[in-house]
Ligand binder design. Sequence first.
Ligand code: ATP
Ligand code: MG
Length: 285
Amino acid sequence: MEQNVLLSLSHISKRFKTELALKDISMTLSKGEILGFLGPSGSGKTTTIKIITGQLRQTTGEAKLLGTDSANIDASIYEKIGVVSDNSGIYEKMTVWQNLYLFARIWKVPRGRVEQVISQVGLAEHIKKPAGKLSKGQTQRLVLARAVLHKPRVLFLDEPTSGLDPSTAVAIHRMLLDLKEEGMAIFLTTHNMEEAAKLCDKVALLHEGEIVEFGPPQEICLKYNQIKKYHVLLNSDKDLVLEQNSENIGRIARWMENDQIACIHSCEPTLETVFLEVTGKDLNI
Ligand SMILES: Nc1ncnc2c1ncn2[C@@H]1O[C@H](COP(=O)(O)OP(=O)(O)OP(=O)(O)O)[C@@H](O)[C@H]1O
Ligand SMILES: [Mg+2]
């Protein structure tokens, strides 16, 4: 079990002058796992990735990536990780294929892998197009293709689907799940709770630099499902959300007996409602 842990953070904090951007962050990521770091803008997601990948030094605590202290990371680790933070590093005048082949040569990746990755991200039709002429979603897929070209053991994605249309986002989700199946560990940040609930084995809810909840999305949601609620739509078009108590159980039973219910379902909390409850804040702001 231990040997499968590829990344661990232990009591990490980060101070920027007067601002404490991260407070006592601890967590682990293992082989074949997708971990979601969820939090609103400014909560410390990118700062965390920068500390782990050795781009920024923490104020206190320890970060270990593939057995190396993040503070001592050298170039050799970049052969084993992939980082997608923005669209930089793509050469606009070079085609999709040329962009990837250039990196394939640097990483000593077999040529066949380039074609494989291009088709995995759905860019086969655009293989000869200069990268500067790709749409935003296509560019994002090219960046992702480049990050996974050398089959990294750990992949960092800072908001991989922000601003993408739903079908491109779904294609990227599918690809991430395939990579996970191959054993890659994926650390992703997102504002998108639905994305996190669908993809992630574990999520950390980040609020003002602190992890306020950590665990499998479903477990977190169930933990907040103490007051059960039901959504009832009556034939009369009356739309109600009722808490589970003896009075409401009686009302629902009577409506059922009289065949007055058009539709009824339970309202489990989502990560979004949990986040709102824990922090009093909406994630999308
Ligand atoms: N180099 C820096 N110097 C000073 N403050 C910084 C620096 N980098 C980040 N911060 C501050 O630390 C906090 C966390 O920033 P960070 O970029 O990690 O947030 P984030 O969760 O990635 O937000 P977003 O969703 O907007 O990308 C912010 O308040 C930010 O202003
Ligand atoms: Mg960020």
